[in-house]
Design a binder for this molecule. Structure first.
Ligand code: FAD
Length: 428
């Protein structure tokens, strides 16, 4: 809808909807590049919702490092790593769930770029440092207006207030209102699906002895394994485990200074019949027993204290709709989970979200400096992001499938991966 206005409140701000990883990364880039912006977040405060899991930050970090304040970037590891005493330890491994043995190691030191395993809450707080956010602002809809011969955007929030800007960036995550309005509800619903895999997450604090066993036998940072009830079973249960926090002060109190997260998942077409934390924990332990997990991963789930909070998660998937290849003209653009929502089984969704933010942020900087037009900047950004996003959604979908496949399929996958890694080492 095009509305003509002469409002004097129309200005040049980049309006960012969503103060999650993508929106805040974009705000950091724009702030450092001197481009005016505003961030609007529906939550009432930064700690309104639990951000309780950890993330691997890797391939997006080169872009982030080169586009935001280098002094702030240099503090990323010490402020947000799961273990702030050892911020660079981000080793991961694949485990055979049925034997408990480590099969394959991904050492973080061999990487050509920075790698951090970050505590999500601390990482978001780090992104929030020195960034102004307007909290309690939920977008209702936007309107494109013409102003002095150009186009602007007017955003209306659910509290009835409005804001004007030169461009609207939808960084509003999985249930994006901005993306829904841009492509229409039908196309939005068609391209969004819920994977039948059901996930249960829990975390609790463990002692130094158990922690050392995990570190020495498996890996320092995070690990994933699948187990199958028998060789003929068509599906495995998958278990992901990560260090979530290290608090040396807790050692003095009760020698439980390490918080460990587990995330167990199973293919299940039925609606879950567990509701309370107690029922969810029972389900998680049943999956461990049914699938025959062995070793430390089994022990970690089975020793979870009965009063632990257990969260159920869905795997929502959404590839950028084909309409996005040609839909141009409005000063509205999408980044992160809003446009490419992928499963967490490849550990790349947040990296893509932050990479989007950096690439778009640098394009908007060029617009601000008068080096390119907004239409050109959005087009350049989409030409890179859309194929990358589609590929990542597909790769992440394959990762869910493989980690829940039969034992023979998983072994075939690990064997192929080991061969690929050996070839790479020989070439180097
Ligand atoms: C368990 C789990 C583990 C993961 N592990 C990894 C990993 O290891 N590596 C990795 O790269 N990725 C990982 N991810 C994915 C990663 O967390 C997401 O891709 C990333 O958070 C997406 O960032 P975003 O800013 O696009 O969305 P979000 O972080 O979801 O932020 C969206 C923001 O928009 C706000 N919002 C929503 N609607 C509105 C509205 N109408 N108005 C205003 N504000 C609104 C929300 O409150 C939220 O703050 C994991 C995800 C999960 C669930």
């Amino acid at each position: 809808m095009v509305v003509t206005t002469t409002s004097s409140s129309t200005n040049n701000n980049v309006l960012i909807i969503g103060g999650g990883l993508a929106g805040l990364a974009l705000a950091n880039v724009l702030k450092y590049q001197g481009v005016p912006y505003k961030v609007f977040e529906r939550d009432a405060s930064p700690d309104n919702r639990s951000q309780g899991f950890s993330l691997s930050m890797h391939f997006c970090l080169e872009a982030l490092k080169s586009s935001m304040d280098p002094v702030k970037y240099a503090t990323l590891g010490e402020k947000s790593a799961v273990d702030r005493d050892y911020p660079n330890r981000a080793d991961a491994c694949l485990v055979d769930g049925n034997t408990g043995e480590r099969l394959f190691m991904f050492p973080s030191e061999s990487s050509s770029h920075d790698v951090f395993r970050v505590n999500r809450e601390r990482f978001r707080n780090w992104l929030l440092e020195d960034i102004d956010v307007e909290w309690n602002k939920r977008i209702d809809h936007y309107t494109i207006i013409t102003h002095n011969g150009g186009r602007k955007v007017k955003v209306t929030f659910t509290d009835g207030t409005v804001e004007y800007g030169s461009v609207l960036v939808g960084a509003d995550g999985v249930n994006s209102q901005v993306y829904r309005q841009l492509i229409g509800s039908e196309a939005y619903d068609q391209s969004t699906s819920v994977n039948p895999v059901k996930i249960l997450n829990g975390s609790y604090w463990i002692d130094s002895t158990f922690r050392r066993e995990i570190e020495n036998t498996l890996s320092y940072s995070h690990m994933m394994g699948s187990a199958c009830a028998n060789e003929d079973a068509s599906h495995s249960i998958c278990l992901f485990v990560s260090l979530l926090d290290h608090d040396p002060a807790r050692k003095e109190q009760e020698d439980k200074p390490y918080e460990m997260l587990w995330s167990i998942s199973s293919v299940d077409q039925e609606e879950p019949n567990y509701e309370t934390d107690h029922e969810k924990l029972k389900q998680a332990k049943d999956w461990i027993h049914q699938s025959g997990f062995k070793g430390l991963l089994r022990r970690l789930v089975l020793e979870t204290p009965e009063d632990t909070k257990v969260t159920a998660l869905q795997v929502v998937e959404r590839s950028p709709h084909p309409k996005m290849d040609t839909l141009r003209g409005d000063p509205v653009v999408l980044i992160g989970d809003s446009i490419h929502k992928m499963s967490q089984f490849r550990g790349i969704a947040g990296n893509h979200a932050i990479l989007d933010a950096c690439l778009l942020g640098m394009e908007l900087t060029r617009v601000y400096k008068g080096d390119t037009s907004l239409d050109q900047a959005i087009d350049t950004y989409y030409k890179e992001m859309l194929p990358r996003g589609r590929n990542a959604v597909e790769e992440s979908h394959q990762a869910v499938e493989i980690m829940h496949a039969s034992r023979a399929q998983i072994n075939g996958f690990i064997y192929a991966m080991a061969n690929k890694a050996t070839d790479k080492q020989e070439k180097n």
